[in-house]
Write a protein that binds this ligand. Structure first.
Ligand code: FNR
Length: 385
């Protein structure tokens, strides 16, 4: 049976199939400044480009004398079962792409058996997202506020609402220098977008001393208060040790590129790390995330899962990251573009296509499962002079 069935089944309208087409379509339907916010990166945006370009340094030898009849891409990470080794990365303020925001993403992820990692700065509260797709599996991404009680409150709420893991993003203790947004004067958070989890939080509201929605003045004060405690400026392995003491949920650290830092975080109790440079949005000229993967995999020594994001667009990208030692990958901008173009069905279609594409790559190299991929499945192209 053709794998294309899986990708085409039940799609009433013609949706894009490739990442570039999704991006171009999103560019045509989104307000220019919102598209720029999603597409853009830090400084010269060299890291954004490099995250993609680095995949072209790896190639795969087609194999033909192998059994290509079937391949199973099901996975399980930290006790969460998933239909593929692909999770939806936490991207804040999804309402800039679609009215239904993270709710539509939750439904699409549940439809496809894929884990949604919800951002701290989501447009709708973490409880509303859980209600939107009760059968879905989701993890909560934590920007560690400069206020311990608020951090504890977020953790308790995520536990209460059934989130299966906590993902602490370590690389955003201050916001990257992003000239596109500066030029457009576009800062959705300053307009109060993406702050639903804060404005609904009892600890935050007690700090503020009033309801953020009481008046335009209260809203302004709430945004300033948020800005002052958004993230801890000095993140240490001790944060992970403390978090482990508060919660029984697995703790994942996102934004790890240095193998020595990975070791320290694992020693402090991290249950997994995510190799990521935040899609090139934080540090200009950052090393391509894929180049950071093998050293971090070596540092983890099989003790904890290593996940990867920053540049994943196709099945072959997933294949490459898994062969280099990732246990699973996160999909970033592509789901936001799909959400902007076609809402829930757009995200669902994107996931189906990615899963089909990955299955295809595995079958065409005779792998019955992604777990048998190793670096020997890849060749590094010589560096061009
Ligand atoms: C992000 N990212 C991000 N990460 C995080 O931990 N919390 C967040 O709120 C956000 N918000 C966010 C918004 C937007 C618009 C983008 C593009 C990215 C980073 C994200 O989780 C992921 O690391 C990158 O998007 C991965 O790179 P690709 O797949 O977009 O190339």
């Amino acid at each position: 049976e053709s794998v294309y069935w899986q990708a085409l089944e039940g799609e009433p309208v013609r949706l894009p199939f490739g990442a570039r087409e999704w991006e171009e379509t999103a560019r045509s339907v989104m307000p220019a400044e919102a598209f720029g916010y999603v597409a853009g990166g830090a400084g010269t945006e060299r890291a954004v480009a490099a995250n993609r370009a680095v995949f072209a340094q790896w190639s795969v030898t087609p194999r033909v004398l192998r059994d290509g009849s079937a391949s199973d891409i099901g996975a399980s990470v930290l006790g969460t079962a998933m239909s593929a080794p692909v999770l939806l990365a936490p991207l804040g303020v999804a309402e800039i792409a679609h009215r239904e925001g993270e709710r539509a993403v939750a439904r699409a992820a549940a439809d496809e058996g894929v884990v949604q990692i919800l951002s701290t700065v989501s447009s709708v509260t973490l409880e509303e997202v859980a209600v939107a797709a009760p059968a879905g599996r989701r993890w909560f991404q934590l920007y560690w506020p400069e206020h311990e009680d608020l951090a504890r409150s977020f953790v308790a709420r995520a536990e209460q609402a059934g989130y299966g893991a906590l993902v602490v993003t370590a690389d955003t203790y201050l916001l990257g220098w992003r000239p596109r947004d500066l030029a457009a004067g576009y800062f959705p958070f300053f307009a109060g977008k993406g702050l639903a989890n804060y404005f609904s939080d009892p600890v935050f509201c007690a700090l503020l001393g009033e309801n953020p929605h009481a008046s335009p003045e209260a809203l302004r004060k709430a945004v300033i208060t948020w800005g002052s405690l958004f993230n801890t400026a000095t993140f240490t392995p001790g944060h992970i040790t403390r978090l482990k003491a508060w919660t029984a949920l697995p703790v994942v650290v996102k934004g790890v590129c240095d193998p020595r830092e990975a070791s320290r975080l694992i020693d402090a109790g991290a249950d997994a790390v995510i190799v990521s440079n935040h899609g090139g949005r934080q540090l200009d000229n950052a090393r391509p995330a894929l180049d950071c993967l093998p050293p971090v995999v070596r540092a983890a020594r099989g003790h904890v899962p290593v996940l990867f994001d920053s540049g994943i667009r196709t099945g072959s990208d997933v294949y490459t990251a898994l062969a280099l030692g990732a246990d699973a990958v996160l999909l970033g901008r592509p789901w936001m573009y799909a959400l902007a173009v076609a809402g829930q069905s757009g995200v669902r279609h994107t996931l189906r296509c990615l899963k089909t594409d990955l299955t295809n790559c595995l079958q065409l190299t005779g792998h019955h499962t992604h777990t048998t991929l190793t670096p020997d499945d890849l060749h590094r192209a010589p560096t061009p002079h």
